[in-house]
Write a protein that binds this ligand. Structure first.
Ligand SMILES: Cc1ncc(COP(=O)(O)O)c(C=O)c1O
Length: 288
């Protein structure tokens, strides 16, 4: 977000917290909660357009799936999460902005095992503008690799998996570019620190398979939009030397939307017709 922002714990408004709306500054958790020590909270990121959360159902379902992949159940159904999200958006009077649901395991026990912890859920909603605030962004290749699915539950939006994303992102910012592109444990292209990757090659869209990445809801939406336009979409393993064949590169994600990439390391790309079409189609769909 551009410019100085209000601290996240010192704002007006309300947060949905375990079934109740509580004043923003009172939505607190204890220092001994299990998830703070062992990284097993799960979360979502959603965008509000014209007062409505885009693909709300899909996000609430993914929060459940993420928790299940970490071997726990949420105490609220998908339907209850949807209603709670709508309530918190309305109570905070948000016409546009971002929603951050989070589920975590409580402070009943300490130790690696989480058996015996209670599961808590909160949903916060707040204003949030463009993620990068730039027409096209530059990426550097990160030294951090997305782990093998045997080493991490890659499809889960679990806090612990973001350790390498935060390291990669902050190293990219320190290098003077906007974000990092990660390779996976085999050296294939995977994704950016909070967004999926697309390459335009000979008029087709190519995107990495979901083995080591988060299968973004925006990624799935953009693949559908491209196919509707008659653009062939290919999900496959993609190796770094193939960037030389790409005329256009863009990222997709709830926060970044459809974001053109002008360079990855020394390789440059144009903001070309496929990227522009996908920006227009996505922008129209989220506001429809
Ligand atoms: C690591 C990562 N990959 C991809 C995405 C894009 O996912 P979505 O389109 O569901 O927001 C996100 C954002 O949630 C992310 O954090």
């Amino acid at each position: 977000m551009a410019g100085p922002a209000l601290p996240m714990d010192d704002r007006d408004g309300v947060i949905w917290y375990n079934g109740n709306l509580v004043p923003w500054r009172e939505a607190k958790a204890h220092v001994l909660i299990h998830s703070l020590h062992y990284g097993n909270s799960v979360f979502e990121g959603e965008r509000i357009y014209n007062g409505k959360v885009f693909k709300l159902r899909e996000h609430s379902e993914r929060l459940h799936k993420s928790a299940n992949m970490l071997a726990y159940e949420l105490p609220y159904s998908v339907e209850e999460l949807d209603r709670a999200t709508e309530l918190v958006v309305k109570e905070n009077k948000l016409d546009s902005g971002y929603v951050r649901p989070l589920a975590w395991r409580g402070a009943e026990v300490i130790g690696v095992s989480a058996i015996g912890t209670k599961v808590h859920v909160m949903i916060a909603a707040f204003p949030w503008g463009a993620y990068y605030g730039q027409k096209a962004i530059k990426l550097v290749t990160s030294r951090w690799k997305r782990p093998s699915p045997e080493s991490s539950p890659a499809g889960s939006k679990a806090a612990g998996l973001y350790i390498i994303c935060t390291l990669a992102k902050d190293e990219a910012l320190a290098a003077g570019v906007q974000d990092a592109l990660m390779h996976d444990y085999k050296g294939r292209l995977s994704e950016a620190t909070g967004a999926n990757l697309f390459l335009a090659i000979n008029g087709e869209l190519h995107t990495p398979t979901t083995e080591t990445i988060l299968n973004g809801i925006t990624r799935q939406t953009v693949m559908e939009l491209a196919r509707k336009r008659g653009i062939k979409v290919v999900e496959r393993e993609i190796w770094p030397d193939e960037l030389a064949k790409a005329s256009e590169v863009f990222l997709t994600g709830t926060a970044v939307e459809v974001q053109p990439v002008s360079a990855i390391d020394k390789q440059e790309f144009e903001v070309g017709p496929i990227t522009q079409q996908m920006i227009a189609d996505y922008s129209a769909l989220v506001r429809s």
